[in-house]
Design a protein around this ligand. Sequence first.
Ligand SMILES: [Zn+2]
Length: 505
Amino acid sequence: MPERFYVTTPIYYVNADPHVGHAYTTIMADVMARHHRQRGEDVFFLTGTDEHGAKVARSAEEAGRTPREHADALSARFRDLGRTLDATNDFFIRTTDAEHVAEVQRILERLHASGDVYRSRYGGWYCTACESFYGEDDLVDERLCPIHRRPVEWLEEDNWFFRLSAYRERLLAHFDAHPGWVLPQARFNEARRMIEDGLDDLSISRSQISWGVPVPWDPEQVVYVWVDALFNYRTALGYAGPDAGRFWPPDLQLMAKDILKFHAVIWPALLMAADIPLPRRLAVHGYVLKGGEKMSKTTGNLVDPFPFIEEYGLDALRYYLTREIRFGEDGTFSAEGFEARYTGELANEFGNLLNRTVNMIGRYRDGVVPADPGDDAELATEVAGTVARVRAAFDAVDPTRALEEVWGLVRRLNRLVEERAPWTLAKDPDAARALDGALHALAAGLRAVAVLLWPVIPASAERALGALGQDPARTGLDGAGWEGVAGARVAPVPPLFPRVERQPA
Ligand SMILES: [Zn+2]
């Protein structure tokens, strides 16, 4: 039985069009999913849209649509984004799916039966943009939402509450027994501190909103949109395909740091109450910044990823985001940085190296990769070491480090070309064995590079494999070894990363 790997993105809130922040999370999840498929694992990758709540109802009204029409239109935009990014998600969940709604209601019944749900009066400072209540201490400046820096309103209503406060000890015990369960460590500490400082019970229903999942025993109320949304990771497996339930619990849940509390505190407590096993690992990433600020609809500094895809190609965007923004930290998106990595790394260091290698094998060895004369044991060991380090980086949910490891090999191979100078060896009949060794080493090294890069730049990696005379569909990690490239017939290809004439602003 292959190992299973279940990875999720947060479901995206259909209140605004997708931007590069959404693209980033989806690409990271796709890179992780593809890497684990390379290992031969049984992978399930889930993404989707979060479609209930007051904010959607209000935006729909402003757009002159019903909430359903509005959700349909925006959800389709997110689904298109995934396709544009070549995301290999196995399912796309919508919280308006009838199956999701029914299962949320069944889980709510279980929570109700557990005795941890009660009715009470609730009052708090409410930010409609966050769909969240804040305590007085959480607000900033003159009673502004700490995220949106917009005025909050005092709201009071009779709600159903979840006894989150009762889960303090169990949550702490879980954190202490699973030290790596939230990555990076700083986020683990932050979440643990929230729990240690004491938890307020959570209002899990709303009476003043109608666009949501009705509370099964009190249909006058709808389920709080965050509770509805969190359970998507669970409900999707009930109808995503035959036997999808085998993937529970998630191995890796990705999210941005602003939703840490929902995922690392509230989510595990809700699962404990419903007697459902907890996810194995949460990985929290930073923000994609522009000009030093978080991109958001509110600040109006959104980067549209589509012009970059149009000019440079999808793989360039996938590469840039993975390489530039160290997973777990904030990183800056800039057109200049994009251009520099595209030209310097993808086009020159990788693309040119591939073309030169294929051309030299064509010119000096009639297009056939020579047999390994066995002179490059050190390089063979280095390739194997790179594969092992890339695996370890992915195990640590550090795709940026994985790319750095691959790039170490790319640069090693570029040095090899300069050191061995195959064009000089080709002039000397006594150097035939040395030339065979250099060309074989380049072909074997580049094949490993292509396989290791495949999760990040799948289309380009497949073209590179084709150029090296390999089956482009064979992207498994077992194809990153030193052996087996001899005798392959190379096929020249146009540059993988051609010069870009017009740069997006
Ligand atoms: Zn807010």
